[in-house]
Design a protein around this ligand. Structure first.
Ligand code: ATP
Ligand code: MG
Length: 315
């Protein structure tokens, strides 16, 4: 398929969920159970996803060879929304050498001794790489906003703890992303939009299935009590940071195959848009390639190894 066709095909899955301006963004306008009317048979979704992952693997190889652009994928969601599974499925065919997944948990003592963006800035993917942030600097305006005592551990001078702290942090994040995009980092942000009811269902499944007990933590249920606070924080974050250069995707998360499909489509679309091609060799490199070919051609046909100038290498 040519690029324009691919782009047309994937846009059907990405356009409805892309947010590029915060002006009239409301979370309530996005249905966590949406599947665009598709009856997502598992088989069909799996096939589409496999095609997407294959494309992505091909594009990633060119990204790596070019060593210029990089891609940062930010994943945010409430617990049990399927971040881990989505990352695993979407990136399944990508060469691990050019892909880094970083999970951000509670900050360490060292991290707390620095400015709030410090630990994230160090993990931004290098040129040619795809970096996945499983949770990200957005936690600084989500969990820290919902549980404000977490701010104490950050030891910000009281003179800098103004009334506009959260708006200022959001503006700092928007500027940080703006800076990165101008450096050639393509940023896509995914909010896996899970419903309150579906989260309960998934927690119950984890409780009933011994193989899923390891995924369950009592604190997840405690966090659920703060659901509305989280929704407000998410809405404020998306509103303040959605832009053309670093869009948010509010991905329906109640149907896992559909979630994965939308995420894969958004990544394929963004990378396709870069119109990447394998780097063309320079004249000098062409000469080197010709010389290497000539040298290999001149080798003895029977595969004899060359005489070692320093005598028998075995002694
Ligand atoms: P899963 O539960 O699917 O394995 P997870 O991302 O929820 O993955 P956990 O170890 O359960 O991983 O949780 C990480 C915790 O770290 C979350 O509760 C998150 O809110 C918290 N966290 C992340 N960043 C920060 C931060 N900057 N300050 C305080 N807490 C944070
Ligand atoms: Mg968790």
């Amino acid at each position: 398929m040519v690029r324009t066709e691919i782009l047309d095909a994937v846009r059907a899955y990405t356009d409805p969920f892309r947010v590029t301006s915060g002006n009239d963004f409301f979370l309530k306008n996005f249905d966590p159970g949406d599947t665009l009317g598709l009856k997502m048979h598992k088989e069909e979704a799996l096939q589409l996803l496999q095609r997407g992952s294959k494309w992505l693997a091909m594009e990633q190889e060119i990204l790596y060879a070019q060593d210029s652009w990089s891609v940062l994928l930010v994943f945010q969601a409430m617990d049990a929304a399927g971040k881990d599974g989505t990352i695993k499925h979407v990136m399944s065919r990508v060469n691990p050498q050019g892909c880094d997944v970083i999970s951000f948990k509670q900050p360490s003592a060292e991290e707390l001794s620095h400015d709030f963006l410090w630990r994230y800035g160090r993990k931004v993917p290098e040129r040619g790489h795809i970096g996945i942030f499983n949770r990200s600097y957005y936690e600084e305006v989500l969990v820290v906003r919902v549980h404000q005592h977490l701010l104490d551990a950050q030891r910000i001078p009281p003179a800098r703890l103004g009334d506009n702290l959260w708006d200022e942090r959001l503006a700092d994040i928007a500027r940080f992303e703006d800076y990165l995009t101008r450096q050639g980092v393509v940023i896509l942000k995914f909010y896996l939009n899970l419903s309150y009811g579906e989260q309960k269902k998934r927690f119950m499944e984890r409780l009933h299935n011994p193989d899923k007990h390891w995924k369950f933590s009592a604190s997840d249920v405690r966090e659920r009590r703060y659901w509305n606070d989280y929704m407000h924080a998410y809405e404020a974050a998306i509103r303040a940071t959605a832009c053309e250069a670093a869009p948010w995707f509010v991905v329906p998360a109640d149907n896992k195959p559909f979630t994965r499909l939308v995420v894969a489509a958004a990544i394929v679309e963004a990378v396709e848009k870069l119109d990447l091609e394998y780097p063309k060799p320079t004249q000098g490199q062409m000469k080197d390639l010709a010389a290497a070919r000539a040298e290999l051609d001149a080798e003895a046909v029977d595969g004899t190894t060359p005489d070692q100038p320093g005598g028998d290498p075995g002694h």
